[in-house]
Write a protein that binds this ligand. Structure first.
Ligand code: AKG
Ligand code: FE2
Length: 347
């Protein structure tokens, strides 16, 4: 199956093939419309997590906990990852997608959990509708992989992965404290020295009928936290109190962060793994880089005992390691938060 980029570049493409028609097929009542962010998406000022002023630190930890609880999503500013590095990372990913299809296909492993995987849609062998998206998926930690081309990819991606991993681990320290746990609790319990970090570069080419197509359908992410950057404003929508909210950043130097399934589980459901989706437009190519920061691949994740009081959250889990759960998720269709359910209900 060809990539969406080549399809979108056909000169006379004025309508999308039926296989890509999402909005006439699903989600009719849900629609593409979203409310503007008059709903205030929380903003976290990263350096305050290490402020020397105890009150300031306490306040930001409280804000962080509230953002994870009420939204499962926040915008991170002053995170210390150089803007130039973020730009170089976005540019080299764009360069990857600009290569001829046969070159990209050298990174197209069949196995869904291959360390390096180029593809289109989500999982075309099971997708009922195809998504307006090409992707490159790379393991960055504990082992680092990189596509052989374009030149320079590996150096930039290595630096980007290290810098963002530091940010994610620091956030998890704040999140631990916000849950009333020791600062290093999550880091230790999830064995973050060997954390499973995966980068997904999503490419959404311009689409002649954006009102019918879907870039990335509603889903929550596996892992603890997802860090996302993008080459342009707009496209990501998060679900808040049952409504889709457009995510617009006021500065490009912002990292979008969402709570993922395993942090929801770890927190015994207190923090919400947010449903989100990516819509497409008819003018420009959007690239987003979503990085999953998960526990050690061999970890079996269950709620923190100290946080389980009254069985508010289902205590039954598949008993699978994080890596096995990842495999199960990627082998199936992507849909909502099925991943959080017990195994017998998850497919
Ligand atoms: O492109 C986006 O904004 C969302 C991507 C996403 O949700 C993902 O890769 O998991
Ligand atoms: Fe996602």
């Amino acid at each position: 199956m060809g990539c969406v980029k080549d399809l979108a570049e056909l000169n006379d493409l004025t309508s999308i093939p039926t296989k890509y028609t999402y909005f006439n097929t699903f989600d009719q009542e849900d629609g593409i419309d979203a409310v503007a962010a008059e709903e205030k998406i929380p903003i976290i000022d990263f350096p305050l997590l290490n402020s020397a002023i105890p009150d300031q630190r306490a306040k930001v930890i409280q804000d962080l906990g509230k953002a994870c609880q009420d939204w499962g999503f926040f915008m991170l500013v002053n995170h210390g990852v150089p803007e130039s590095l973020m730009e170089r990372m976005l540019a080299i990913c764009q360069e990857f997608f600009n290569q001829p299809e046969d070159v990209k296909l050298q990174s197209a492993e069949e196995h869904v959990l291959a360390p390096l995987r180029y593809g289109t849609s989500f999982n075309p062998s099971v997708d009922k509708v195809f998504f307006w998206r090409d992707f490159l998926r790379i393991w960055m930690h504990p082992q680092f992989y990189s596509p052989p081309t374009p030149a320079g990819f590996s150096e930039i991606a290595m630096e980007y992965s290290q810098r963002t991993r530091q940010v994610a681990r620091e956030l998890l320290r704040g999140i631990s404290q916000s849950l009333g746990l020791e600062e290093c609790y999550i880091d230790k319990a999830m064995e973050m020295d060997s954390c499973f970090q995966i980068l997904v570069a999503n490419l959404y080419p311009p689409c002649p009928q954006p009102e019918l197509a879907m870039g990335f359908p509603p889903h929550s992410d596996t892992g603890l936290l997802t860090l996302l950057i993008q080459n342009q404003n707009g496209g990501l929508q998060v679900n808040h109190n049952g409504k889709w909210v457009n995510v617009h950043v006021s500065s490009p130097n912002t990292i979008l962060v969402n709570v993922a399934d395993h942090l929801e589980r770890l927190s015994n459901g207190k923090y919400k793994s947010v449903l989100h989706r990516a819509i497409v437009n008819n003018k420009t190519t959007r690239i987003s880089l979503a990085e999953t920061h998960g526990p050690c691949p061999d970890k079996i994740v269950t709620p923190v005992a100290e946080l389980v009081e009254n069985e508010t959250y289902p205590a039954v889990y598949p008993g699978m390691t994080y890596k096995e759960e990842m495999y199960s998720r990627l082998s199936n269709q992507i849909a909502g938060k099925s991943h959080l359910e017990p195994l017998h209900e998850s497919t």
